[in-house]
Design a protein around this ligand. Structure first.
Ligand SMILES: [Zn+2]
Length: 105
């Protein structure tokens, strides 16, 4: 039997837990409906737009491109980690973390 552990704390889920939980996360780009008008169709240079998009993708790996559009993650959790996750599923970014990221750009 393969060992199944909690992906958060590492505790064995088969030896120590009566119940285990699956956590599935999907992160995907949200798009607004396209706003196409006859005028936009006439005035848009689609060749230039495609060229711009290809250039924007240049240098990015397949994984980077895919994860910028859609990413699914699956985790196994023990009871304690499930409860802790539900209490704070989306921890706020600390102010200094936000500043550090902004400084990188
Ligand atoms: Zn755990």
């Amino acid at each position: 039997m393969s060992e199944l552990g909690c992906d958060r704390c590492g505790r064995s889920l088969l030896a120590f837990e009566d119940v285990r939980y699956k956590l599935e996360i999907k992160v995907y780009a949200a798009y607004d409906p396209l706003e196409l008008s006859p005028r936009a169709l006439r005035e848009t240079d689609f060749d230039a737009e495609i060229e711009r998009l290809v250039e924007a993708c240049d240098g990015l790996s397949q994984e980077d491109l895919e994860s910028s559009v859609w990413k699914a993650l699956t985790f196994d959790l023990c009871l304690r980690c499930q409860r802790e996750f539900l209490k704070d599923p989306l921890p706020r970014r600390r102010e200094d973390d936000a500043d550090a990221k902004a400084g990188e750009k």
